[in-house]
Design a protein around this ligand. Structure first.
Ligand SMILES: *Cc1c(COP(=O)(O)O)cnc(C)c1O
Length: 425
């Protein structure tokens, strides 16, 4: 349902790239003339919105692409590859073990599957039918941490039990409790913090997991939660790390990850068979992680700041406009330029502006009218009609620069300025 409405939203997006405009777009860094996307008539755009799955996430590092290409001409044994890559990644992220999954969502399903089944192959075959098998069947999380990605846990047959206080947590724990789950992006929304959540897990000997899918940068988050003692940590590979969009990492306890792999390809006949990751993606994920850890993050941050300042300066003196640069404290931590305007001076809604940028040449995707804390929220104009309705008529857009390619910030600044000047009352 949700997916269908996203697709619908996308197919309805105007496609206005004619032959002559292709040539001028080709002059920018984001499109090249022989691109199959252009040939098929698929719109490409400058991404000033962020790392959103429905906008194809992030662009892989050239080294990742090279790795994919170079490894594509050889065969290898998939288990051997996962063993070796997993060992190397585990050392980089300070965990006992690690394995490459098809995204953080897959890591969530497979990690929980490992807890439920252990090394019992019969149980692996029985998932997701838990009744009468002796397997546990409940995951506990805080109410404010029960967001849509937790559907990954339901795929194992488990149900989710929500609590709000430490007292409720201890009361909710019973012989069916498989795992205690924490959503890092919502750390400031729940009453129970990381350390207390972990301590309860230790006290009752129940594995504790954490979803940090979109919480890099800072780079230290890659190892921070393994160091804290979380038994399972779920991370996306195709967001800021710029690995394959379809890859992610499951990190944590050796025995759980070994068991999780029993529910994952290359083995078939299990809940994870659909979570296939090819050898090129496994290697691509590994190289992306290495590359990300080795990045000069301070330099990258000052680059983002100077680009976002440039865009802000292009528009901030236009009559009726006010701007603000905000850095979210949790999730997608990157500078966000929030542009607000007074409709008595500028005759545009946020939706109008995003559409104008989308229909421009080159096409640009700007962020949603609030802070894009959740990737799925950022797509809410085409995902959730209730949220979309509340945004109607709001005179705001959000711009991020972390997914821009070289020099594109200048185009974004110029196009924003043009759109506002065209709408001056
Ligand atoms: C993106 C995201 C996921 C899913 O990650 P994928 O790598 O796309 O599978 C899960 N949880 C949160 C909080 C996310 O932001």
């Amino acid at each position: 349902m949700k997916r269908r409405s996203i697709l619908k939203g996308l197919t309805l997006a105007p496609l206005v790239i004619g032959a002559s405009s292709i040539k001028s777009i080709a002059a920018t860094a984001s499109v090249n003339e022989n691109n199959l996307l252009n040939e098929l008539g698929v719109r490409t755009f400058i991404n000033a919105a962020g790392t959103l799955t429905y906008m194809s996430g992030s662009l892989m590092h050239p080294e990742v692409v090279k790795t994919i290409k170079d490894s594509s001409t050889h065969f290898c044994m998939m288990d051997e590859l996962q063993d070796k890559v997993g060992e190397n990644i585990a050392a980089m992220v300070h965990s006992e073990a690690a394995t490459v999954t098809s995204g953080a969502f897959s890591a969530m399903t497979l990690g929980l599957a490992g807890i439920l089944t252990g090394n019992d192959l019969k149980k692996v075959e029985q998932l997701p039918h838990l009744a009468g098998t002796g397997m546990k069947s409940e995951v506990i999380c805080q109410k404010s941490h029960d967001e849509r990605y937790n559907h990954a846990f339901l795929n194992t047959g488990c149900t989710i039990v929500t609590v709000e206080t430490l007292e409720e947590l201890e009361k909710a724990i019973n012989e069916k409790t498989a795992m205690l789950h924490f959503l890092n992006i919502a750390a400031d929304k729940g009453k129970i913090n990381h350390a207390d959540w972990l301590a309860v897990g230790k006290k009752y000997k129940i594995p504790v997991s954490i979803d940090i899918a979109a919480d890099v940068p800072p780079v230290s988050n890659i190892w921070k939660f393994n160091d804290m003692g979380f038994d399972l940590v779920f991370l996306s590979g195709g967001k800021a790390i710029r690995g394959p969009q379809s890859a992610g990492l499951l990190m944590g306890r050796k025995n759980i990850i070994e068991a999780a792999r029993l529910s994952a390809p290359p083995r078939g006949f299990n809940v994870g068979r659909a979570h296939k990751v090819n050898k090129e993606e496994i290697l691509g994920m590994y190289v992306a992680l290495k590359k990300y850890i080795a990045t000069d993050h301070e330099k990258e941050w000052s680059q983002w700041e100077s680009e976002i300042n440039f865009i802000e300066n292009e528009v901030k003196n236009i009559k009726g406009i006010s701007t603000k640069i905000v850095i979210p404290t949790l999730g997608n931590i990157t500078p966000n330029l929030i542009i607000n305007w007074n409709p008595t001076h500028i005759n545009l809604t946020g939706k109008d502006l995003r559409e104008a940028l989308r229909n421009g040449n080159p096409s640009i995707e700007a962020g949603f009218a609030g802070l894009p804390l959740y990737p799925n929220q950022a797509g809410s104009e085409s995902i959730d009609p209730t949220i979309a309705a509340t945004l109607k008529g709001e005179n705001r857009v959000t711009i991020t620069v972390w997914m821009l390619q070289q020099g594109e910030y200048k185009i974004v600044g110029k196009k924003l300025k043009e759109a506002f000047n065209n709408a001056l009352v």
